[in-house]
Ligand binder design. Structure first.
Ligand code: PMT
Length: 217
């Protein structure tokens, strides 16, 4: 049995992809399955925490004893996170939030023709950075999905978004990262500590991440 290290702590975790509608048929999204985030939720629950997930569309069963708020778009995820983070002790941004969304969502299916088409996109709000900016903020953990310069880019995100800790995954490695059962993570914290969590199942890694958070709060 795992020690109850997070009793009386509230943990909020974002999960999965977001889906940004173009028209009633098409959308922009990514390959996140939610497995990493749901494993974190289970590990936090096992450690005694009260856990809430804000999740984009995933094909996973809601973990027992965890509140799951299902959303679709980044805008909806942001609104739900704003409510969820009140009185929260630990926030983990594990979702692959779409960075851009269409400027205009067409109510009707867009008809094709023989011309090229251009889709105009605008930036979505950065949910993780917003949480880290709040006064009286929780302990904030981000993820970084990188296909190159893992440590350099993750370190930049850690500082730019004012995070306490970041878990970086190299998504160029076959069988790791998006939609896989296993992962490998480089943990970096704001004090300059780093730790490599070698290839393991997302469940095993989730427990290790929770232990690393416990050691820092
Ligand atoms: O879901 P799985 O299939 O199990 O895959 C796991 C994962 C690869 C999705 C996960 O381990 C992961 O890396 N999640 C973050 C993916 C990502 O979008 O990274 P990013 O480098 O684009 O974003 C950096 C951080 O900012 C992330 O914590 C992200 O949640 C957050 N963010 C980004 C953009 C935005 N608009 N709002 C955010 O909160």
């Amino acid at each position: 049995t795992q020690e109850k290290k997070l009793t009386e702590k509230r943990v909020v975790i974002t999960a999965g992809p977001t889906v940004e509608a173009i028209d009633p048929v098409r959308y922009i999204s990514n390959h996140s399955s939610g497995k990493m985030a749901f494993a974190l939720a289970k590990a936090a629950k096992k450690a005694g925490a009260e856990v809430e997930i804000v999740s984009g569309p995933v094909n996973l069963a809601d973990p027992a004893g965890v509140t799951v708020n299902h959303v679709t778009s980044a805008a909806q995820m942001f609104e739900q996170v704003k409510l969820a983070v009140k009185n929260c002790d630990i926030f983990i941004g594990c979702a692959a939030v779409a960075d851009y969304t269409p400027v205009k969502v067409s109510c009707q299916k867009i008809k094709k023709n023989d011309e090229q088409m251009t889709l105009e996109l605008k930036r979505n709000p950065d949910i993780l950075a917003w949480v880290a900016e709040q006064e009286d903020r929780p302990f904030v953990v981000g993820f970084a999905a990188e296909s190159q310069s893992l440590k350099e880019f993750a370190t930049k995100k850690l500082h730019k978004k004012k995070l306490d800790m970041i878990c970086a995954n190299d998504i160029s490695c076959e069988g790791l990262g998006f939609n896989s059962d296993d992962n490998q993570l480089l943990l970096l914290d704001k004090k300059g500590n780093e730790e490599l969590l070698d290839v393991a199942s997302k469940e095993v890694l989730a427990c290790k991440i929770i232990n690393q958070i416990v050691a820092r709060i």
